[in-house]
Write a protein that binds this ligand. Structure first.
Ligand code: G3I
Length: 367
């Protein structure tokens, strides 16, 4: 009983001291910021600015399931900054399709659940890509009708599985060469050029509401490819083949001119379709130097490219601004150093998930 009285007294004393000091300095009291929905130990809760709050169209990143599960800074940065996600690898045919009628949904489901729990839009990537053809498909032997059948089975299974959950799909990825000709692939060899129509038709059959994209790289450096993409898309539109948007990957570098970046976006927009800057990153080491360090000059050059691309999308009619997606979150999870065999820092967050100048370039581009 004695101890209860002592504690009561102690708390009253502490409370009255708190009131005394705080009332005496009332004009100095600054409101405590309301924490964002991110863990306190990872990303700053003081600065509540984020790309998703500032931008009039969705911002997102290609997500790596392993990092999402195991790296708290990665996960909390994604939650804080983005309202759109693209699975970097989890929805590719090689990852999902283990054999005819055999599917591995584990990683794809993880991303879908994560995005839904955090109110994010999901962009599926990619139903058909020549680089992600499982061995069982490459080795398949059959007639043209048999090939159509396996294409149909796969697309209907995947699009149907996520019907109502996924907003949009890269239905076909990289079907055109840099010189504007059709890229060789097993589908072209076994079905003929009609395979392109079928990809979009099968996807539409499986989900009448999902948005269907053609995704391509290199339209910022190849005018032949730029022309060929618009020709393909306009041909699809003209024949009432369902298509809603163009994804421009934009894996480019500080060596690319501003006008090339702008031109890729404005020319694709002439089709009237939605434009997704779908896999954006900016290399600062296009010459593949081994002894390079990231410095203020490179950061400024990179910032400018981020700004130019964001502004070019921002300047399109509202209905055509589908979104802007980075291919990775921070520099250490970019695909570029491993692919090109040299150091690079292509993304808007540094290796510790701090915002780089590139991030602020985006904000400037949205004004
Ligand atoms: O997960 C396995 C691991 O278990 C294994 O030990 C290791 C050995 O190589 O491979 C790991 O898988 C790799 C995977 O990335 C995850 O890191 C694959 O080999 C590798 O091929 C795969 O690369 C991906 C590449 O597409 C091919 O699918 C990149 O992460 C991904 O960024 C890249 O993304 C493409 C877009 O889909 C289309 N546009 C171009 C873009 C860049 O190439």
């Amino acid at each position: 009983m004695k101890s209860m009285h002592f504690h009561k007294f102690l708390w009253m004393f502490i409370a009255s001291m708190f009131l005394f000091f705080s009332c005496g300095n009332s004009e100095d009291i600054t409101p405590i910021p309301i924490p964002d929905t991110i863990p306190i130990d990872t990303v700053s809760t003081v600065d509540t600015t984020s790309l998703k709050k500032v931008s009039p169209f969705p911002f997102g990143a290609a997500l790596n399931v392993y990092l999402l599960k195991n790296n708290t800074k990665y996960r909390s940065t994604v939650i804080k900054e983005f309202n759109s996600v693209t699975p970097e690898n989890a929805m590719k045919m090689k990852n999902i399709s283990l054999g005819r009628g055999l599917y591995n949904w584990t990683d794809a489901d993880y991303i879908v659940d994560f995005a839904q729990q955090n109110g994010m839009r999901i962009h599926g990537h990619a139903l058909v890509w020549y680089k992600s053809t499982p061995d069982w498909v490459t080795n398949f032997v059959g007639t043209k009708e048999d090939w159509k059948q396996i294409l149909h089975e796969y697309i209907v299974a995947v699009v149907g599985k996520y019907k109502g959950k996924i907003s949009s799909w890269d239905v076909l990825n990289e079907a055109i060469n840099d010189d504007g000709t059709s890229r060789d692939c097993v589908w072209l060899q076994n079905i003929g050029i009609e395979y392109i129509d079928l990809c979009f038709q099968y996807a539409r059959e499986a989900d009448p509401d999902v948005l269907l994209f053609y995704n391509e790289y290199g339209t910022e450096y190849s005018s032949a490819k730029r022309t060929a993409v618009n020709k393909l898309v306009n041909d699809l539109i003209g024949r009432s083949i369902p298509i809603d948007g163009i994804g421009l990957q934009m894996h480019t570098s500080i060596a690319r001119s501003n006008s090339d970046i702008q031109n890729a976006i404005t020319v694709a927009a002439q089709t009237g379709l939605k434009i997704h800057v779908a896999e954006f990153d900016i290399k600062v080491n296009p010459d593949k130097l081994q002894d390079i360090t990231y410095n203020a000059t490179l950061a400024a050059a990179q910032k400018e490219k981020y700004k130019v691309a964001a502004k070019a999308l921002f300047d399109l009619p509202t209905t055509q601004r589908y979104g802007f997606t980075f291919w990775g979150v921070c520099d250490t999870n970019s695909w570029i150093p491993a692919e090109y065999g040299c150091p690079d820092w292509p993304l808007p967050f540094d290796s510790d998930y701090n915002r780089k100048d590139a991030y602020y370039g985006i904000l400037e581009g949205l004004k």
